[in-house]
Design a protein around this ligand. Structure first.
Ligand SMILES: Nc1ncnc2c1ncn2[C@@H]1O[C@H](COP(=O)(O)OP(=O)(O)O)[C@@H](O)[C@H]1O
Ligand SMILES: [Mg+2]
Length: 251
């Protein structure tokens, strides 16, 4: 049971001091994520979403509490281990895409592998093209970001996260800079990749539309999880009902 858990967060607090006062961005968060899940942390601006992702991604340390990823307390890691963890195990997707303007789509995607090192340029190119096809950008591999739409740039960013086969992809407001329809397409793409590749997705957002792709929704408010909402996907439900009918028929 324990090793099915990819993220286990207990009593997590992160505060920031301003002179005499202290603000708790996270104020006692418990959060468990099962391997292969697609979860959404939903909350308004200032709720602590980005702070939470920074803890999971190993780029910030808690004031109190622990973060266990795939059985390891990353809060105990030294800088070396932390760097390896960030490079190999976590893929990031951001609101403003954060892809490099002077690099072609495939070169942006290839950066992830370049950072990991030890892979030939030709191999990087081949793999980048493959992943770009998977996110629906076949034929656009050589374009620069300025020659791509917002939605397409976000697909490049997703490909860049995906290519290193991380344990978790974390996405910070991935639809925040996209119109409704494009946002839906990005949500669907992430959900499909999650199903196909089995990569765990942790998406934080204030956009309720993204929750329809989630297995589970954590509602975050003022640094606390207020509610956990279990979602049963329609097809899963249908499968269950079918099974039930079959079982009943067999009786
Ligand atoms: N580096 C920081 N220094 C001071 N305060 C911060 C810092 N990061 C976040 N905060 C504060 O913590 C709270 C939560 O921020 P954040 O995690 O960015 O929320 P969200 O991503 O949900 O909008 C906010 O009140 C914010 O001002
Ligand atoms: Mg934020």
């Amino acid at each position: 049971m324990e090793n099915r858990q990819i993220v286990s967060i207990r009593n997590l607090r992160r505060s920031f001091k301003f002179g005499e006062s202290e603000i708790f961005a996270l104020n006692g968060v418990d959060l468990n994520v099962i391997k292969g899940d697609f979860i959404v942390v939903l909350g308004p601006s200032g709720a602590g979403k980005t702070t939470l992702l920074n803890m999971i991604g190993g780029i910030d340390k808690p004031t109190e509490g622990e973060v266990i990823i795939d059985g390891e307390r990353i809060t105990d890691y030294n800088l070396d281990r932390l760097n390896t963890y960030r490079r190999n195990d976590i893929g990031w997707v951001f609101q403003f895409f954060n892809i490099v303007a002077s690099l072609r789509a495939w070169e942006n995607v290839g950066l992830s592998l370049e950072f990991q090192g030890g892979i030939k340029k030709s191999e990087i190119k081949e793999q980048s093209f493959e992943i770009l096809k998977e996110v629906g950008l076949e034929g656009k591999e050589n374009r620069f970001p300025s020659q791509l739409s917002g939605g397409e740039q976000q697909r490049v960013a997703i490909a860049r996260a995906l290519i290193k086969k991380p344990k978790i992809i974390v996405a910070d407001e991935p639809t925040g800079n996209l119109d409704f329809v494009t946002g839906q397409n990005i949500g669907e793409l992430m959900r499909n990749l999650n199903k196909k590749e089995g990569t765990t997705f942790i998406v934080v957002s204030h956009d309720i539309n993204i929750t329809k792709y989630a297995d589970r929704v954590f509602h975050l408010k003022m640094g606390k999880i207020e509610k956990i909402e279990e979602k049963i996907l329609r097809e899963e439900k249908e499968q269950r009902e079918e099974r039930k009918e079959r079982e009943e028929g067999a009786l």
